[in-house]
Design a protein around this ligand. Structure first.
Ligand SMILES: Nc1ncnc2c1ncn2[C@@H]1O[C@H](COP(=O)(O)OP(=O)(O)OP(=O)(O)O)[C@@H](O)[C@H]1O
Length: 259
């Protein structure tokens, strides 16, 4: 489904030696990955290692300096058709569910944003009331919440709404950028169970960006470690205990010590 080869990204450096300097800081170095349909890839790394930058490349928001990014054989950044293909297939769920839902919208209007995308894609007219009910049921929320505003829901409930909005446009791939990190541990498990269930039901592919090793082992089938913008390891999750990666070892030891 996704094939990335030697992706490099740099940003204009803040420390320019000349007045009109053009020096750049490289953030991603030759990142390559393959993602099969139906799989779940966890991207782990310390703060600043380039996870979200890679996420922005994956979701079509940041054109890399060099490298190839193909979706089902089509080069994503080479043409408008490539970007369009990606837009039609991908949804994103961000960490900050409080700001990703417009506070002036009722929940039904938040969901309508995703439903409209599906209407445009499919060129079908959808019964929005019925679709909102279906989506609420899909993410385990009571349909009476449809008339509430975001601040009238708990963090976990609101993140469920954001997940419902993400699946409303019937994507094949969903990118989660620290999407459960700010929830309490109990709610995180509930949301991860929901994500597992949706993945099976809707045959979805996930990319899951996180600091949290536990959620990766719970949800993902493969894990990629980024360190200072380079992939240091990309392994199946069931081999994580044997990893030599120092960052992964540190995370593993902290989980084991904590347990
Ligand atoms: N638009 C930008 N312009 C300049 N530098 C940027 C930009 N976006 C990110 N960076 C820099 O790129 C580096 C990687 O940032 P990124 O957000 O990808 O890391 P991360 O691994 O997701 O970190 P965190 O876990 O803290 O979110 C950081 O040093 C950051 O300051």
């Amino acid at each position: 489904m996704i094939k990335m080869r030697e992706i490099c990204v740099s940003f204009r450096s803040e420390r320019q030696e000349k007045l009109f300097g053009v020096s750049r800081d490289q953030i991603l170095f030759d990142v390559s990955l393959d993602l099969e349909q139906g799989s779940c890839l966890g991207i782990l790394g310390e703060s600043g290692s380039g996870k979200s930058t890679l996420g922005r490349v994956i979701c079509g928001l940041l054109k890399p300096d060099s490298g190839s990014y193909q979706l089902d054989g089509t080069e994503v950044y080479a043409s408008r058709a490539g970007k369009k293909l990606l837009q039609n297939r991908l949804s994103v769920v961000f960490q900050d569910y409080t700001t990703s839902a417009n506070p002036r919208f009722r929940i039904r209007d938040v969901l309508a944003e995703g439903i409209r995308v599906w209407e445009r894609k499919s060129k079908e007219k959808i019964d929005r009331t019925a679709e909102c009910r279906r989506l609420m049921e899909l993410v385990g929320l009571n349909e009476t919440y449809l008339d509430r505003f975001p601040h009238e829901l708990s963090g976990g409930q609101l993140q469920r709404v954001c997940i419902a909005r993400a699946v409303a446009c019937r994507p094949e791939l969903i990118l989660f950028d620290e999407a459960i990190s700010s929830l309490d541990a109990h709610t995180q498990v509930q949301i991860m169970d929901l994500l597992r269930e949706l993945k099976e039901k809707l045959n979805l592919t996930y990319v899951f960006i996180t600091h949290d090793l536990t959620s990766v082992t719970y949800l993902c089938d493969q894990v990629m470690f980024l360190y200072h913008g380079r992939v240091t390891e990309h392994i199946p999750v069931n081999q994580i205990a044997q990893t030599k990666n120092p960052y992964a070892r540190k995370l593993l030891e902290s989980v084991i010590e904590f347990a």
